[in-house]
Design a protein around this ligand. Structure first.
Ligand code: AHG
Ligand code: MN
Ligand code: MN
Length: 338
């Protein structure tokens, strides 16, 4: 039973038995994500100081050049997950191919693969706007003890056993699901502990926020253009308000709390949109559904899409159920008057 102010460590232990494949391995995996999140948080928080430190003293504390934060985050998450011998494979936005963990050890019994976007919204780093990390976890389908294969990663979203994100915002939060609702934990930076601050998070069924990069408007399909006009019309509870951070994690997080829709449609420039199915859309879709929301590519459920490539892109419409359904209506019947 989730109790507010419980620590993430306590929550993981207490809820371990409710997980259907319980063996402690998934708990250890979430624990290592918690650890990597704290390390990355520490680095993200002082991003603005990097130049000041560099100018004053040439070298940083380790005597190394400061790495770009998305490379840094990628390295930290991979190190944490591999050093602790918890997963058998990792795929990341920052890696061309998937990584086989434990390829030297024939006795390993690790069952899980992780797919991740180590730093989401990284163009926001330089301007002190919130960014995030997204992760998605599957059970491998090839035999335990052998090197992972591409098919272990190319699983439909509905096979996910866990998914979540970290938002490095005004406060840092870790929000995740293991298929039994969505819980959010806020980091107390003074003592480095995450506390359950947002138990059982839910998207309101309706919302009044739409989040889309309207700079791409002229390139959008007619259905999306018409839906945007619908959002802007003066009628009933409309016009809606427009909010777009440019960081999927942050836009999603706000919309889940306040009610809204996030859209990254296809356009005449990008035939499949921009966002990646496996480590951006599917984990967010799992969270959305677990929080009473919805995620679609405009026509079908994101978690039912059969993946064909590691870095595959798909159009993405995600958020409050009624808003996503309305956007889908416009996609199917672009010219009808609503
Ligand atoms: P990333 O930083 O991992 O490449 O992801 C950025 C993504 C997503 O977070 C954001 O919503 C979207 O790209 C913004 O794209 P536009 O600048 O094209 O709107
Ligand atoms: Mn991203
Ligand atoms: Mn990224």
């Amino acid at each position: 039973m989730a109790r507010k102010n419980q620590t993430l460590g306590e929550f993981i232990i207490e809820n371990q038995s409710s997980f259907k494949y319980t063996s402690g391995e998934l708990s250890r995996l979430i624990n290592s994500i918690r650890l990597a999140a704290k390390v990355v948080n520490h680095e993200v928080n002082k991003a603005g100081l990097v130049d000041i430190i560099g100018a004053a003293g040439e070298t940083n504390v380790q005597g190394e050049d400061q790495q770009k934060l998305d490379v840094y985050a990628n390295d930290k998450f991979i190190q944490t997950l591999t050093n602790r011998n918890i997963v058998c494979g990792i795929a990341s936005e920052e890696e061309d191919d998937f990584i086989i963990v434990n390829s030297q050890d024939e006795n390993h019994q690790n069952k899980y693969v992780v797919l991740m976007d180590p730093l989401d919204g990284s163009s926001n780093i330089d301007v002190n706007v919130s960014v995030g990390t997204i992760f998605s976890v599957y059970r491998r389908i090839t035999p335990v003890g052998t090197p992972v294969q591409i098919e272990d990663f190319l699983q439909k979203g509905n096979e996910q056993v866990a998914a979540g994100y970290v938002v490095y915002g005004t406060s840092t939060m870790l929000v995740y699901t293991t298929g039994d609702g969505v819980n959010g934990f806020t980091l107390n930076p003074a003592i480095g502990t995450f506390y359950l601050s947002h138990p059982n998070m839910q998207f309101p069924e309706d919302g009044k926020i739409y989040s889309v990069n309207e700079g791409n408007y002229i390139h959008f399909p007619q259905g999306v253009k018409n839906y945007i006009k619908y959002c802007q019309e003066e009628e009933g509870d409309r016009p809606y308000t427009s909010r777009y951070i440019g960081s999927l994690v942050s836009d999603f997080h706000r919309n889940m709390i306040k009610g809204g829709i996030y859209m990254y449609p296809k356009s005449s420039k990008n035939s499949n949109g921009k966002l990646r199915l496996l480590y951006e859309c599917n984990p967010m879709a799992f969270l959305a559904e677990q929080a009473n929301g919805k995620a679609s590519d405009g026509f079908m459920r994101v978690m039912d899409i059969e993946p064909t490539e590691l870095h595959q892109r798909v159009p993405f419409f995600c958020g409050s159920k009624n808003m996503v359904e309305k956007a889908e209506e416009f996609m199917t019947f672009p010219s009808s008057e609503k």
